[in-house]
Design a protein around this ligand. Structure first.
Ligand code: PLP
Length: 383
C-alpha cells in the first residue's frame, strides 16, 4: 500500500532490506520488535546516497564540527522545533549509543548515572560499561501518566549521582515531556551541579498534538547538557551510522573535539550524506510519515479495544513504539507466548524495565493490514 509519499514494503522487500528486523525473523513470524519502519526510504535520501556512491564518496568523512551537516541540522531544528541551534555546535558521532558512552567517559564525574526506567534497553548497560553505577528513576507502572519523579531525582542526585540520561521524547513510554516538566528537571539538576545527556533521537517523530522541546532550548542548560540527535529513526537509516552531538558550551565542545582518535568510533561518510538530505529535503516525506503514524496509533487503539480490551496503554505522543500493559491477561512473558503461539515478534517489557512482567513494546510502523494481523495474532496468543 502507498499513501502518497509513504510506501509500504512487501514482506519480500522488507526481508531483503531490513536485515535485522525482518532478516532475523523466522519465516511466517511478523516482526514488530526493533525500532525500524516497514516503509521504503524517502526518495531524497535514496537519491543522495546513490549519487554519492556513484561519485565514490566511500572514503573517510570530514572530521569537523559544523560544516554542511551542522547547517542542515540547524535548519531542521529551526523549522521543526522552533529552536535556534548554532551550526558550529553540531558534531557528528557514530550513533547515539556510542555518543552517550563518549559523553559519559569524557564529561561525567565518576558518580552514578540516573536512568529513568523503563528505558531503551541497551542504555541500561551503558553506565556500567563506562565504569559507573546505574541508579534507576522508576516510573510506577500504575501511573496514569509517565512522568519523571522530581523528588526521586533529587534524592538520587543528593546521594551522589552526577549524570542524568534523559530520553525525550521517551522510548518506550511514547511521552513528549513539556517545557514545564523539563524546567522542573533542570532546576533539580542545577541544584546538584549534575550533568544531563539528552537523547533526542525520536524528536522528529513527535505526533500531532505534542511539540518537542529540546532540553538545550531551556535557559540555563548550555553549561551542563549535551543533546544527541539523529535523522536515523525518522528516516530509517540506522545502518548508516551517523548521529550528532549538539554541544553549546565552548569548553565542552573542545573537550569532545580533543578526544584521541582511538576513543571516538568515527561516523560514516554515507551517513553524513543521508542526514544532510533528510534534514534539508525530507520535510514533505516526514510530514507524510507523521500522518501515517497518527493513523496507525488510532488504528492500534481501535484494534486493542476490539481484540484485547483489557490491554492498557497511555497516549502515544511520539515514536512508533507502543508500550502496552497486558498484565490483565495473566501471562508473565507475553512476548514469548506471542512468538510461540501467535508467530509475532514483539519486545518483552522486561527488556526495558527489568523485573516488570506482563508488558510488551509493539512497533506500529508498518501497514494497516500488518498491524491488524499483529494485534489479531497477539490476541489469539494471549486472550
Ligand atoms: C531512545 C533511543 N536512543 C538510542 C537508540 C539507538 O540509536 P543508535 O542506533 O543511533 O545508537 C534508540 C533506538 O531505537 C532509541 O530508541
Amino acid at each position: 500500500m502507498s499513501d502518497g509519499l509513504i510506501r509500504d514494503l512487501t514482506d519480500e522487500e522488507a526481508r531483503a532490506s531490513l536485515r535485522a528486523k525482518w532478516g532475523m525473523a523466522e519465516e511466517g513470524v511478523i516482526p514488530a520488535w526493533i525500532a525500524e519502519m516497514d516503509y521504503a526510504p524517502a526518495d531524497c535520501v535514496t537519491d543522495a546516497l546513490v549519487d554519492a556512491v556513484r561519485q565514490g564518496v566511500l572514503g573517510y568523512p570530514p572530521f569537523e564540527t559544523g560544516g554542511q551537516l551542522g547547517e542542515a541540522y540547524a535548519g531542521f531544528a529551526a523549522r521543526h522545533f522552533g529552536q535556534h541551534v548554532d551550526p558550529g555546535h553540531v558534531r557528528p558521532v557514530v550513533d547515539v549509543t556510542a555518543g552517550v558512552r563518549l559523553l559519559l567517559d569524557v564529561l561525567s564525574g565518576p558518580g552514578p548515572m540516573v536512568m529513568p526506567v523503563p528505558a531503551y534497553s541497551p542504555q541500561l548497560e551503558i553506565a556500567q560499561i563506562t565504569g559507573r553505577e546505574r541508579v534507576d528513576l522508576f516510573v510506577d507502572p500504575e501511573a496514569e501518566r509517565a512522568e519523571l519523579d522530581l523528588d526521586q531525582l533529587d534524592r538520587l542526585l543528593a546521594d551522589g549521582a552526577q549524570t542524568l540520561l534523559l530520553t525525550q521524547p521517551h522510548n518506550p513510554w511514547g511521552r513528549v515531556f513539556t517545557r514545564a516538566e523539563l524546567e522542573g528537571v533542570r532546576d533539580v539538576v542545577v541544584r546538584h551541579g549534575a550533568r544531563v545527556i539528552s537523547d533526542e533521537i525520536h524528536a522528529p517523530l513527535v505526533l500531532p498534538g505534542a511539540r518537542h522541546v529540546s532540553y538545550l532550548d531551556l535557559e540555563g542548560t548550555a553549561d551542563h547538557a549535551v543533546a544527541l540527535v539523529a535523522a536515523s529513526k525518522a528516516f530509517n537509516t540506522a545502518g548508516l551510522k551517523c548521529a550528532q552531538l549538539v554541544i553549546p558550551d565552548d569548553a565542552t565542545r573542545k573537550a569532545i573535539e580533543d578526544v584521541p582518535m582511538a576513543r571516538n568510533d568515527s561516523w560514516s561518510s554515507l551517513g553524513i550524506v543521508a542526514s544532510i538530505a533528510a534534514y534539508t529535503q525530507g520535510d514533505a516525506w516526514l510530514a507524510a510519515l507523521l500522518e501515517r503514524l497518527d493513523q496507525q496509533r488510532t488504528l492500534l487503539a481501535t484494534l486493542l479495544a476490539e481484540h484485547l480490551p483489557a490491554a492498557r496503554m497511555r497516549p502515544l505522543e511520539a515514536t512508533y513504539l507502543a508500550w502496552i500493559d497486558l498484565r490483565a491477561y495473566g501471562h508473565q512473558r507475553p512476548a514469548e507466548l506471542a512468538k510461540e503461539r501467535g508467530r509475532v515478534w514483539v519486545y518483552e517489557g522486561d527488556a526495558f524495565h527489568p523485573g516488570l512482567s506482563g508488558h510488551i513494546r509493539l512497533n506500529i510502523a508498518t501497514s494497516p493490514e500488518r498491524l491488524t494481523e499483529v494485534v489479531r495474532r497477539l490476541a489469539s496468543a494471549l486472550a
